[in-house]
Design a protein around this ligand. Structure first.
Ligand code: ADP
Ligand code: MG
Length: 697
């Protein structure tokens, strides 16, 4: 049960004044909340990127050359524009020592006369401009003098989304701040004292109602404390999982490897050395009485699936079932399509479990519970309560580059301490592995299967679209298969995005029924059909949104065109590009961008053109992302983290790890002190699954 103390933070943002359904949607987008409605907490974790500092100016003859000011004076003069003139409405404010002109464009005179009546004293705030030695403020905020204390002397500026102004967002966030309760302190007193950190509530207030602009820099105590909290929650959860994993002994599996040997006979190629090494590591883990907690890292196309299948076969010799979980339904289907026939020729049964597959579900569930199904492949639907195994021996989680590993690591409940293999496409720099995976053992597939040729990557402006289409036509005539990726349009229609559907209709004119469409809003069956036709000889051009990003495998596809490549992050581009270059044909990737390119986007495309190495790309990604990616989603920080930023808070990671150790040691000794605080912390950062692993649940 969540501590009641946290209730105000877990209230929906919609409960705040000024948040209707429309604004709620915008809040979800701007805070990057993907699941469920945005909460008060999510708003508080939406940190400003900068601030406007206003100066209170005592006398109008002391106006600065620039900056935001707050001034008070008497309304001296109104000058309305002539009818039909484009000129602005001017109002002169005078304090006896100097004047300032207030400028309003496109405004009704009645309104101005009401808020700035002649002869009245008013306080205004805005940015000072100088024009012919006259000071001006365009569209100032106007207050009666007795309300002037409502002006924020330091106004935080938030990452925004279309349709939501900083002023509106700021108001909502401040309303959220007013709900923030005082929480028990979870950080040890020593550390707090040493770092001179404020309490959580004070830190949030410093960010959202700053007294000075410098207080909300990432290096300042408030943000550092918040980042530390987030890292601490994550390290605590990992620590709890680890402790639990160590306590529950695994099974020492016995197998000869004969089933895996059969698999290798079926394959038209030999395993790479890297694959063989990984297999050796895994076998050692499986045979040991301790639980396996292994991370299999390998760039896209490095052949992780076969390594996984090898482990599945080994475990099955000892009667153990395996579960393979994929992040998307498409990928689950694809793993199923690869694995089921191979497994079947070796005498094993495979079943697919996805959220939408209703037909035959009952029988499948029964067969799984009876042990008649050896391999269950699916999405997170696999881990619903109704899914029971007879003897789940091995859990494989294909994470690719998506994070959220914490939750997945906590799945152990289904079997008696099954071995765990997490597969990720490489782009996780070494330094981050520990952050996300804790103490897992690591196997790396650095070598690509033989015969793979590097993908020839080109960058071109979308102005050359018709040329590109002609090139694609001649490639298709030669029998090539092409992915054509468009960014998903879920945002405002007004954004100039090449919608997949539109591009599909366009390419359909050229390729007829050989053009296919695949996007996230299609039904599962339609998606499966499109993929099937693309795999068969029938399809030639698959127009897709990023649903193909993760793992889709059609070895003879050799060209990928990515429209609006400037909108994708590096990791995503690399994943997308990895869809080609899987067979032995020479492959190419064409990145189309819409000019003008931002500095960072230009740099990203350059990295893509220059290297195919997932490790290099991951490092570059981390560097580039740091720089003022003001898109305003979590993507600007460490993936999976909202507050901690690697370039500013990297040093806090080891501090958080030590602190987590300290807390866990204290907790293990049975100390109840600080327990409630730790529970609060874990809930606050969504690590509450770990709580049941605490000493007394
Ligand atoms: P990953 O999951 O690491 O992205 P996959 O396991 O999907 O990679 O493998 C990509 C492709 O490479 C598949 O078509 C697979 O059959 C093929 N493949 C895997 N191992 C080898 C190998 N040793 N030699 C040649 N091809 C391989
Ligand atoms: Mg794969």
């Amino acid at each position: 049960m969540r501590p009641a103390l946290l209730d105000p933070l877990f209230a929906e943002a919609a409960s705040l004044p000024g948040v209707g359904p429309k604004v709620e949607k915008l809040l979800a987008r701007v805070t990057g909340v993907a699941e469920g409605p945005p909460l008060v907490r999510d708003l508080l974790f939406h940190l400003p990127v900068s601030a406007i500092a206003r100066q209170q100016i005592a006398s109008l003859d002391e106006l600065p050359q620039q900056g935001h000011v707050v001034v008070t004076g008497k309304v001296e003069h109104h000058e309305a524009p002539r009818r039909h003139s484009r000129a602005p409405y001017r109002v002169i404010l005078d304090d006896g020592r100097g004047t300032v002109e207030l400028i309003f464009f496109n405004i009704r005179s009645q309104w101005i006369e009401k808020i700035l009546p002649l002869g009245a004293t008013r306080t205004v705030s805005g940015r000072i401009d100088w024009f012919d030695y006259r000071a001006q403020i365009v569209h100032p905020e106007v207050m009666e003098p007795n309300a002037a204390d409502k002006i924020q002397m330091v106004e935080p500026i938030y990452p925004l989304t279309e349709g939501l102004s900083s002023r509106v967002l700021g108001k909502i966030v401040r309303a959220a701040l007013d709900r923030a309760p005082t929480l028990p302190e979870w950080i040890t007193a020593d550390l707090i004292a040493r770092e001179k950190w404020p309490s959580l509530t004070e830190a949030l207030a410093a960010m959202h109602r700053p007294q000075e602009a410098a207080a909300l820099l990432p290096e300042a105590p408030a943000w550092r404390r918040l980042a530390f909290d987030e890292l601490l929650a994550s390290q605590l959860a990992l620590g709890l999982v680890r402790r639990n994993a160590r306590k529950t002994a695994g099974k020492a599996r016995q197998f000869s490897g004969e089933r895996a040997a059969k698999l290798h006979e079926l394959l038209p190629f030999a395993l790479t050395q890297a694959q063989q090494d990984a297999v050796t590591h895994i076998r050692k883990d499986l045979r040991s009485p301790e639980r396996m907690l292994r991370l299999l890292q390998g760039d896209v196309g490095s052949g992780k699936t076969l390594v996984a299948l090898n482990a599945i076969l080994d475990v099955s010799e000892d009667g153990g079932q395996s579960a393979l979980m994929a992040p998307t339904e498409i990928l689950a289907r694809q793993h199923f399509a690869t694995i089921a026939p191979l497994a079947e020729s070796i005498g094993l049964t495979t079943a697919l479990f996805t959220g939408k597959d209703i037909a035959g579900r009952g029988e499948k569930l029964a067969a799984l519970a009876a042990g008649d199904i050896d391999i269950a492949i699916g999405t997170h639907a696999l881990f619903q309560e109704s899914v029971a195994f007879k003897d789940l021996g091995l859990v494989i989680v294909d994470e690719q580059h998506r994070f959220g590993v914490h939750q997945r690591m906590l799945l152990s409940g289904k079997g008696s301490a099954p071995d765990l293999l997490v597969m990720t496409a490489t782009p996780i720099p070494r330094t981050l592995v520990l952050t996300y995976f804790g103490d897992m053992e690591i196997s790396e597939l650095r070598e690509k299967p033989a015969g793979r040729r590097p993908i020839d990557t080109r960058v071109a402006s979308s102005e050359r679209l018709s040329e590109v289409k002609e090139r694609i036509r001649s490639a298709v005539d030669k029998g090539e298969k092409v992915y054509w990726v468009c960014p998903l349009v879920e945002e405002s229609e007004s954004l100039d995005v090449a919608a997949a559907e539109e591009r599909f209709r366009d390419l359909e004119k050229m390729f007829g029924s050989r053009a296919l469409l695949l996007h996230g809003r299609m039904k599962a069956a339609e998606k499966a059909e499109a993929m099937q036709r693309f795999r068969d000889a029938g399809g030639a051009v698959l127009v897709a949104t990023t649903v193909i990003e993760v793992g889709v495998d059609v070895p003879d596809a050799s060209i990928i065109v990515i429209e609006h490549a400037e909108r994708f992050g590096l990791a995503q581009l690399h994943q997308l590009r990895g869809r080609v270059g899987r067979g032995d044909k020479p492959s190419s990737c064409l990145l189309l961008y819409k000019p003008p390119l931002s500095e960072t986007a230009r740099e990203r495309l350059k990295v893509m053109r220059e290297t195919n190495d997932g490790f290099v790309i991951a490092e570059a990604d981390l560097k580039l992302r740091g720089e003022g990616d003001l898109l305003g989603t979590r993507q600007s920080g460490m993936p999976g983290f909202r507050l901690a930023r690697p370039e500013f808070h990297g040093d806090l990671l080891s501090l958080a790890r030590d602190e987590a150790k300290l807390i866990l040691a204290r907790e293990e000794k049975g100390g109840d002190a600080g327990r409630e605080a730790i529970r609060c912390l874990l809930y606050l950062f969504g690590r509450d699954e770990a709580i049941r692993l605490m000493r007394s649940g």
